[in-house]
Design a protein around this ligand. Structure first.
Ligand SMILES: CC(=O)CC(=O)O
Length: 268
């Protein structure tokens, strides 16, 4: 028999643990960046993919439903979320390594953060606005810096295309649980998270401009936009199942520190 998953606080869990189905309005802008910086951000055994691609996405989660083991569905109100992921390789598979997800209302993101290690942070604001054939996404950090503005314009409107890149099919997240004793971490493990998309509606391919602004706390500017390679927008359904544990990671790159140091395990 499979043991049920228990969430915090066990007295009155913050969320029910189940698989997720969500309807999205989603913008992805993909660009090439400095390959050396990208390589330094990846925890081994993740390695750079041949193309040094970054994807900035901004999405409205229109109705996230969590299918619980007892057959009930926990429904969430709509919210906005954005993320910065880089393309990577693990053995022969190409996938996405998520650097940071920004969310308005971190409570909605606790499940993905605690279980899968999706790197969610509270944002001051995430916006996704339509204006004719243009869509603009913004990420404003908790300390009020608009670190990302992406402005995309439709070139081929009306296509039924998936706005989520194919390489997002495998997300290799790093689940990192810090030690309670003040040094290092207790868990540092890659988790494969299956992202399955279906039913694209009203999407388009287009062009985009990307602006990233410096912030010490959220150093997205370390990944400069050298060339936009694609921009896609549209409606999509996303299904996320349970994850699979992969490699233990002993060298966790910490960006933005003067020497790009790493943290060590706690010894537990
Ligand atoms: C894409 C996601 O952020 C998935 C989740 O809801 O945790």
């Amino acid at each position: 028999m499979t043991e049920p998953v228990v969430a915090m606080p066990p007295f009155a869990p913050l969320y029910g643990v189940g698989t997720e189905t969500v309807q999205l309005r989603w913008l992805t802008v993909e660009y090439r960046t400095d390959p050396e910086v990208l390589a330094r951000l990846l925890p081994a055994p993740l390695a750079p993919a041949p193309d040094p691609l970054v994807a900035i996405w901004v999405a409205e989660f229109l109705g996230a439903g969590f299918h619980l083991p007892d057959g009930t569905v926990e429904q969430r109100p709509p919210y906005l979320q954005a993320g910065i992921s880089v393309q990577c390789r693990r053995q022969d598979e190409v996938g996405a390594y998520p650097l940071t997800f920004f969310i308005e209302g971190l409570n909605h993101g606790t499940l993905g953060r605690e279980i899968f290690g999706l790197p969610k942070k509270q944002a001051r604001a995430v916006t996704l606005t339509e204006d004719g054939d243009e869509v603009t996404g913004r990420i404003v950090t908790a300390n009020d810096i608009e670190i990302v503005t992406v402005r995309a314009r439709a070139a081929t409107p009306g296509a039924a295309l998936d706005p989520i890149p194919e390489w997002f099919g495998h997300h290799f997240a790093l689940k990192l649980i810090p030690s309670a004793e003040g040094t290092g971490y207790d868990i540092s493990r890659l988790v494969r998270i299956p992202f399955r998309t279906s039913r694209p509606t009203g999407g388009w391919d287009g062009t985009a401009e990307v602006t990233v602004r410096p912030s010490a706390a959220d150093p997205v500017h370390l990944l400069p936009c050298l060339e936009v390679t694609s921009a896609r927008y549209g409606g999509i359904r996303l299904d996320i199942g349970f994850g699979t544990y992969l490699d233990h990671v002993d060298h966790v790159p910490v960006a933005g520190t003067p020497d790009w140091g790493s943290v060590a395990p706690s010894g537990r």
